[in-house]
Design a protein around this ligand. Sequence first.
Ligand code: CA2
Length: 143
Amino acid sequence: MKRILIINGPNLNMLGIREPGIYGTRDYPSLLEFIRKKAATLGLETEFFQSNHEGAIVDRIQQAYGKSDGIIINPAAYTHTSVAILDALKAVGLPTVEVHLSDVDSREEFRRISYVSLYALKTIKGKGFDGYAEALEFLSELP
Ligand code: CA2
């Protein structure tokens, strides 16, 4: 059974609390439940990690080396700033899908830049929770 690590970056634990127009009304525990259910239908094992700290995300990516079969990451604001997260993903070399709840291309200019996308096999944006389901499907279909 493939083991998929799902990483969510800063403030995503606040989902559903503010900005429902951009990020929806469902909360963070609902997101985890949604992902767990989808993963079960695909026969995937899931592990979750959320942090508001860049270094903690780097540490968790490093821990996945040799243990996880794939990573789904929504780096949140670190998407647009973090070379350290990009380098950690490159270092562990696992198949990675980048997910964004909102369509980052149709928002502020600074959200159009993603360092992580330089490594990710696929980037899914603007599909809300369904983006994570699509990412799971993509990883489950990899050899
Ligand atoms: O669309 C996404 O998934 C983002 O990665 C979300 C990040 C944002 O910085 C990226 O540009 C796009 C922000 C997540 C913050 O989530 C909030 C949740 C509740 C209230 C306010 C923000």
